[in-house]
Design a protein around this ligand. Sequence first.
Ligand code: ARG
Ligand code: ZN
Length: 892
Amino acid sequence: VTINRADYTAPAYWIDTVDLCFDLDPAKTRVLNKMKLRRNTDLPVQALKLDGEELNLARVLVNGQGTSFKMEGKQLVLDNLPDEFELEIFTTTCPAKNTKLMGLYVSNDSFFTQCEAEGFRRITYFLDRPDVMAMYTVTLRADSTKYPVLLSNGNLVDSGKLEDGRHFAKWVDPHKKPSYLFALVAGQLVSREQRITSRAGKEHTLQVYVRPGDLDKTEHAMTSLMHSVAWDEARFGLPLDLERFMIVATSDFNMGAMENKGLNIFNTKYVLANQATATDVDFSNIESVVGHEYFHNWTGNRVTCRDWFQLSLKEGLTVFRDQEFSQDLCGEASARAVKRIEDVRVLRTAQFPEDAGPMSHPVRPDSYVEISNFYTVTIYEKGAEVVRMMQTLVGRDGFAKGMTLYFERHDGHAVTCDDFAQAIADANPQSELARLLPQFKRWYSQAGTPRVSAQGVYDAAAGTYTLTLGQNCAPTTGQGVKEPFVIPVGLGLLGADGKDLPLQLSGEPEARSTNGTRTVVLTQASETFTFTGIVAEPVPSILRGFTAPVVLEFDYTDAQLLHLLAHDSDPFNRWEAGQRLAVNRALSAIKSIAGSASDTGAAALDDAYIEAMRQVLRHPALDAAFKELVLTLPSETYLAEQLDTVDPQRIHAVREAMRQQLATRLHADWETVYAANHDTGAYTPDAVSSGRRALAGMALTHLCLAAVASGDPVWPGKTLQRFKDAGNMTDRFNALAALVSSGHSLAAQALQSFHAMFKDEALVIDKWFSLQVSAPDRGGNILPAVKQLMKHSDFSLRNPNRARSVISTYCQGNPAGFHRADAAGYVFWSERVIELDAINPQVAARLARALDRWSKLAEPYRSAAREAISRVAAKADLSKDTLEVVTRALAG
Ligand code: ARG
Ligand code: ZN
């Protein structure tokens, strides 16, 4: 059944209060739900239809009296109701058998819930939609020994002993909320606690709950939470509105984390960290996910979504906020730029392909079969870019004013993306956003990545540089014709000395001239911008800071790109110039190999490129983190997107040959870089020392690659020693990864000792699995390794993190290992999707997306991939999650 945005109607009833009482038991949990309901008098009188799923219904009372009801599919339907009434529903469920991890489930003998988007209906019958907001009172009863900690949203108002070794806790949430923000947790947990005083002088208690034994991994999450509270107050004037704010970690979780009101539930991956078990990347992910969930307290919880088509209202905005938070915590401009480049890299390698494939959808979708399938990089990351463009168009202060107006208007309500954009525009009536609002909102309605083409003409006689910008967006599924977007384009012009020229647009008063970057706004299919007072031909730096989620096409010469790489004052475009140089070389090598995959275009990288990279590595002023980004070749996935027909083996062969060239030709520089960066002193996960560790790790990988080619034992030996001696997980893991990714024979021994060292650390064992299945494929060795690892006693299909660490990492993170000419990778994929679908449809449906881009593949991959998808689609009783993904794949 397809749900359409256009069919939205307000609910026929409102639920004002909910009083829930749980008797928690893994095999049979009893749920007593007493609600006060009221007819929505804006609508004609109609039946009350409550959502429910996998519930055993025992009793329904209206105003204390038995009543007649009927079932329509999964819905409980009540007729002839008074305008206001009390409804009491008694049901039972079996949390122990809940492998979908939606609703109430058991993980490591504790109870957890996940209700977004439609999990509350697996707990009790309800109007399970975000525009029904109610006040909740929750009583939890359970065995006091097995479940000493009983948590729910809001404030603890009562607790005590019951008979038979049981106890209870009663929680009242002072804020009304939609059902998807409900949560409970019960189990043997311990917590780190922190008292804080807000700017406004209010006291709050922050808590991070984990399993006993994990307390020494909670400091960073707590610090991140404290930073989040302070940041939201400082940047947006948004305070914490609860006396108590809790984070709880669970090792069985479908996604990253969940912003339940006052009781955030997290995947352990985004909470637990100490220097011995977590890498710099883990530390930084924890900071941004803790921030993300905390920021939802305003953008999502206080103001929520009217319906799930508006998901980006909260997700796009909250990703934007967590990106800004992480940047602001960096301090230094250069570290902010590194974070921006990382975010754009995610957008371009994950969202651009999504937007060009069968699952393409607008930031505000028009229809869905299963809403879980739309927690996507488009809703999240592209949605964040749309918010970022609004900030660019109204300015940072203007955006903060817009946020204030948004909360003035909509606090406590369930609203739409239109409401948000309107508030930002109305707070800035003189802005480009206000002037262009209806057209700007095409970013919400039109799917696809626009391509912006640029041509520059220098007129020496007139002293002008004329830039013509054009835009075009290819059709996407169901959207044949695209209207022009509003595209802010950050621009600079570099002189021969590499410095930015003053930018004076012709016909504009001199006062508006700016030095450095200025932003022009492209609104037409094609527009021309003429800059005056230009005395020599400049090199244009276009789309500085990546001001819009578009593909920029400009026919740069190598000389121009080398100039930008050496001098651009905009770090994003400086990095981008290096990427373009590498992409151009990779693509021409890929196209020139005559068929055979063994001929890898050995000389893909010319002297000019190598020398430019040498200059970057030797540069005295550039940050280590930035150097690491520049020296990282574009990923195989990114390269595939630049091609019309994709041969994954050929892409892999070329990229590996390029890596090998960087390793051998820059050997002495890698040695110098390693010597200069390998010792970062006492461990802290700050941006500067993380950058140095990343660059040192990259150097080690290249030194091992060169050693494998030359047979030199010295660097592999040193790498093994570093692996053994490392004082933190980042250095240890990087050393291990250098041995594994270079294919050195010492890798096996290091992997074995790594497993022995960390056998009780589930998150580290996940890394151990995924490192092995993401290694460069050598003669088809990865798939057999994957199958072998699935037989390991630590492997489990039921734990999402573990299943993903092997299966998703292989199918979605190792293109050459997966796309095999013998189709064995696809057969494996189809079997795992079917197997997982019976256990956990959300995890299965994510994995099902591994073949989204099948139609771009060269033969024999294309036909084999299609066949594998058809095999999955033909399976009876597929979940609607997986069915929607494979159906769209076959149709697109
Ligand atoms: N709202 C959560 C977040 O982004 C994600 C929850 C997704 N849950 C799901 N079942 N798809 O912070
Ligand atoms: Zn979110």
